[in-house]
Write a protein that binds this ligand. Structure first.
Ligand code: F6R
Length: 249
C-alpha cells in the first residue's frame, strides 16, 4: 500500500480530487466507486471547483456508491441519495442516470443487491474506488465480524457505527440500524483504491491498518491484499509508529 501523508484535511482533499481528475482525464468514461460520510466532502468540494473552472468533465462518468441506509426514502435528508445530490451530483454535469446508489426502499432486497452487482459488472467494473474508514475498521458498511460478505448485501450496523453516525441525526434513536452495502469482494475488484483517513479519531484504526495481519474483525485490513491501494492520511490521523513507505504530500 502506498501511504501519502498530507499536512491537513484541505491538502488531502485537493490531492484526492486531483487523482480523480487524472483518472477521468485518462479515461473520460471512468467508473467511480464513491463514499459518503464527512471525510470525502472536501474532495467533492474540490471536484466541484475544478468542474466550475472547466478542468474536469463528468458527462461520461458512471458512479456506484458504496451504501445506503435501509429502510430510507431517496428524498429523506439523511439518505445517502440526498447526501450525494447535495454535496456533489447536483453541482456537476454528471448524467444522473449513471449515478447508482442502492435503493433504501427496495421491497426485494436480494434482487436489489443482485442487480446492483450486475450493474457494476455491466459497467466494466470500478476503475477507482474512494473509501473512508470507520473507527471500527469498516469499509462501506462491511462491519467487523466472524464473516464478511463478497457481494452487495443488507447488513446490521454495529453499535459503534450507530454512535459515530449519530452526529448527523437529531438523536441516536433516529440513526437507521441497517444498510445495503457493497461487499468486500465488490470493493476488492476495483482496479484502484484510494483510502481516505482524516482526523484524530481515526489515528488508532490507521495504525492497525499497517499491522500486517488480516482479520475480519478489522475489515479494512483486507485491503493489504489489493495490488493498487493508496492511503491518503492527514497529519491528525497519521502515526509515526507506522512502518510503511510514506510519501509526504
Ligand atoms: C460511507 C461509508 C463509510 C464511511 C465511514 C467513515 O459511504 O461507506 O464506510 O466511509 O463510516 O465515515 P466518516 O467519513 O464520516 O468518518
Amino acid at each position: 500500500m502506498k501511504n501519502i501523508r498530507c499536512k491537513d484535511y484541505e491538502t488531502l482533499s485537493k490531492k484526492v480530487a486531483n487523482s480523480i481528475i487524472k483518472q477521468i482525464t485518462l479515461k473520460p468514461n471512468s467508473v467511480l466507486g464513491l463514499a459518503t460520510g464527512s471525510t470525502p466532502i472536501g474532495t467533492y468540494q474540490a471536484l466541484i471547483e475544478a468542474y466550475q473552472k472547466g478542468k474536469v468533465d463528468f458527462s461520461q462518468v458512471t458512479v456506484f456508491n458504496l451504501d445506503e441506509y435501509y429502510p430510507i426514502s431517496k428524498d429523506n435528508p439523511q439518505s445517502y441519495h440526498h447526501f450525494m445530490m447535495q454535496h456533489f451530483f447536483q453541482h456537476i454535469n454528471i448524467n444522473k442516470d449513471n449515478c447508482y446508489i442502492p435503493n433504501g426502499q427496495a421491497k426485494n432486497i436480494e434482487k436489489e443487491c443482485r442487480l446492483y452487482d450486475e450493474a457494476i459488472k455491466q459497467s466494466g467494473g470500478i476503475d477507482l474506488q474512494l473509501l473512508g474508514i470507520g473507527t471500527n475498521g469498516h469499509i462501506g458498511f462491511n462491519e467487523p465480524g466472524r464473516l464478511l460478505h463478497m457481494n452487495t448485501h443488507l447488513t446490521s450496523l454495529k453499535a459503534s457505527t450507530i454512535e459515530d453516525n449519530a452526529r448527523f441525526f437529531d438523536k441516536i434513536d433516529s440513526v437507521p440500524t441497517k444498510a445495503i452495502t457493497m461487499g468486500i469482494g465488490s470493493i476488492m475488484k476495483a482496479k484502484k483504491i484510494l483510502l481516505l483517513v482524516s482526523g484524530q479519531k481515526k489515528a488508532d484504526i490507521y495504525k492497525k491498518l499497517f499491522e500486517k495481519q488480516l482479520s475480519t474483525d478489522i475489515p479494512v485490513s483486507l485491503l493489504q491484499l489489493h495490488l493498487d491501494v493508496t492511503v491518503m492520511v492527514d497529519q491528525e490521523a497519521y502515526s509515526s509508529e507506522v512502518i510503511s513507505d510514506t510519501i509526504v504530500g
